[in-house]
Design a protein around this ligand. Structure first.
Ligand SMILES: [Zn+2]
Length: 93
């Protein structure tokens, strides 16, 4: 499953937003991406994505709501989700 391994084709995990998902977040091995349901609550999808990364994919645990690929590269949230997280962070201060 993990494909960004030395000697292999480097493909890092991507997070993207999708409609009509059966869950808040799911791992799509074909696209090497974690799909997050559009409209999901921030706290819930952050927890789900982190669980997929660390439990299912064996990536190192991240902190500060940041996600890390199994190779150690930072996984960026798509703009749509990043702005949601930013808004929530501001509100909770
Ligand atoms: Zn990677």
């Amino acid at each position: 499953m993990p494909s960004c391994v030395p000697g292999e084709i480097p493909v890092c995990i991507v997070i993207s937003v999708a409609d009509d998902l059966p869950k808040i977040a799911i791992w799509d091995p074909d696209e090497v991406s974690i799909l997050v349901a559009r409209g999901a609550a921030v706290g819930e999808f952050l927890r789900e994505v982190e669980a997929i990364l660390t439990i299912d994919l064996g990536a190192p645990a991240a902190s500060d709501d940041r996600f890390v690929c199994f190779c150690g590269t930072r996984v960026e949230l798509p703009g749509e989700l990043a702005s949601l997280v930013a808004v929530t962070a501001c509100e909770s201060v």
